[in-house]
Design a protein around this ligand. Structure first.
Ligand code: ADP
Length: 151
């Protein structure tokens, strides 16, 4: 069984994230959307809320599950029996950063491959940090977050 982990902060989940998961579906039997929890950074939205929203977004897909984790992504992958990490690429800056992370992860566990999907052009500018900024200042974020959730 091909199991993939899509790790991230998802603070909050955006249409860009949703699109990556839906496009990755044909490649894997199971996808675990995994919220990496950092003990030093609590984030903007509570982890429980982020989990709830992601569950709602993929409630139509039994092969997608949601979890949170602490520590190394490769350790989480091993526990989940996942051999693949999914990451999305928006820009060349993303690529430079993601290349280092993926290469380090491969050093940590050569059995876990990172698979990259290019962002759809309409989602290139959709980032969780911009969504947070708009939300913080009272703007509407509806067009950036998945249709089925309201924040
Ligand atoms: P992280 O803090 O790990 O970057 P994010 O939640 O910001 O967590 O992103 C998780 C993953 O989703 C990353 O691979 C990121 O490149 C990807 N991603 C973020 N925004 C988009 C988008 N608009 N389109 C496609 N992929 C995206």
């Amino acid at each position: 069984m091909k199991i993939a982990v899509f790790p991230g902060s998802f603070d909050p989940i955006t249409r860009g994230h949703e699109s990556i998961v839906r496009r990755a579906l044909p490649l894997f039997d199971k996808i675990i959307v995994a919220i990496g929890v950092n003990a030093d950074k609590s984030g903007y939205f509570p982890v429980e809320k982020r989990l709830e929203w992601i569950k709602q977004v993929f409630s139509d897909l039994p092969q997608v599950s949601v979890e949170s984790y602490n520590g190394l992504t490769v350790d989480f992958c091993r526990k989940a029996n996942a051999s693949y990490i999914i990451r999305g690429l928006r820009t060349s800056a993303d690529f430079e950063f993601e290349r280092s992370v993926a290469q380090v992860n491969l050093k940590l566990d050569e059995a876990i491959e990172t698979v990259f999907l290019l962002t759809l052009p309409e989602y290139v500018m959709v980032t969780s940090s911009i969504v947070r900024e708009v939300h913080k200042h009272g703007g509407s974020i509806d067009q950036f977050i998945p249709e089925v959730i309201s924040i």
